[in-house]
Design a protein around this ligand. Sequence first.
Ligand code: SAH
Length: 395
Amino acid sequence: MADLVLKPGREKSLLRKHPWIFSGAVHHVDGNPASGETVNLLSFKGDFLAQAAYSPHSQIRARAWTFDPDESINVNFFHQRIQNAIAARRVLNVAQTSGAYRLIYAESDGLPGLIVDRYGDVLVLQSLTAGSEFWKETLADILLEETGLDTIYERSDADVRALEGLQPVVGVLRGTLPDSRITIHENGLQFNLNLESGHKTGFYLDQRRNRLCVRELAKDRDVLDCFCYTGGFTLNALAGGAKSVVAVDSSAEALSLGRENVALNGEQAESVEWCEGDVFKVLRKFRDEDRSFDMIVLDPPKFAPTAAQAKKASRGYKDINLLAFKLLRPGGILVTFSCSGGIDAALFQKIVASAALDADVDAQIVEHLSQAADHPVALNFPEGAYLKGLLCLRK
Ligand code: SAH
C-alpha cells in the first residue's frame, strides 16, 4: 500500500478523527496509488494515522476509511459499515412512518462519498468521491445483500464530482427500473417524484420532520410556501388544515409534480395557488400588492456551498427574510431555513434577527430546526450538519 506522508504538525485533525486531509497538509506520497485506492496516512515522523481513500484531483486529497491500522479495507469492512448504518435507521423507526429515507449519509456513517437513499423498494445511490467510485460495484452488491432489494438507481450527477475528476453518471446500476416516476409515502401523505430528473436523489428527505412541524401549526392559516419544489410543505400545511396555500418555485417541472401531489392526496386543486417565478421578485410583488399571510416557509437552495460565498449569501438570506417578515401578519409564523454549509447556525440567526429589525417586526424564535435524524452528524465531522431552521413567531 502507498504511504501519504503529512507535513510536520499537520496530523492534529486526524488525531481528533476528522476524516479529511487537505492537499496543503501533504508532504509527499510514497508509491503511485490510483484514484480512489487505499493509502496509509503517516505523520511526518512516520506514525500511522489512518487508512484513507486517495483523491489525486481534489483539494481534499484523502478521506479516512478507518483510524485502525489492523482493519483491512475490503468487502468485509464495507459490509460492517453498511450494516451499522442500516441498524441505526432501524433504531430511528423511520420506516414505520415513511417509505423514503436516507440509509447511508457519507462521512456521518463512516463511508465518505457514499449517499444512499431508499425510495420504496428502490435504492438511489450517489457516489461523490474517488474512494466511493473505486468501491462502487462492491458497495452496490453489498447494499443489495444487506437490504434484500433488487434495484439501485445511480444519481452521481452532483457538481462536486467534478472536483474529484469524475464524470456525471445517471442510470440503473443494478436490477431494472421500468419507470423513473415513482410514488412514495411520508407521514401519511403520498408524493410522486422522478428519480431521473428530480433534485438531489429525487426528494428533500432532510425536511421530513420540519414538514410535520408545519403541519402541526398550519390550521386555519393562509400559508405562503416559498421554494416549494414538489409541494412537500404545501401538502403538509393542507393536511394540517391550512385555509389556503400560495406555493412559489422557479421550476415548472417541480410545480407540475406539486399539482399532481395535491390531487394524489385528495386535496382540492383550488386550495393551492401555484406560482412559477423567482421568489425574490414574487415577494416584492406581494409586498407591493399589500398581500399578507399567517405562515411563511422559506426553504431556498444553498446560497453558500462554502464559506467563500458567505457574504453574498448573507445578503440573499437577509433579503428574503426581511420581505417575509413584512408579509407576515401579527401572530404569524415564519419557518425559515438555510442549507448552506458556508453559513453556520449562529450567523443564520443573526441574519434573521437583522431582517426582523429592518422590517420593524418583533418576533421570537420558538424552535430550532435541523435535518431529519436519518441524516445524522458524526461528532468528529461537524460539516455533516448543514440544515439550520428557525421557527419564529411574530408578535
Ligand atoms: N421545500 C422543498 C425543497 C426546496 S428545494 C421540499 O420540502 O421539498 C429549493 C427549491 O428552490 C427548488 O425546487 C428550486 O427549483 C427552487 N428555486 C431555486 N432558486 C429559486 C428562486 N430564485 N426562486 C424560486 N425558486 C427557486
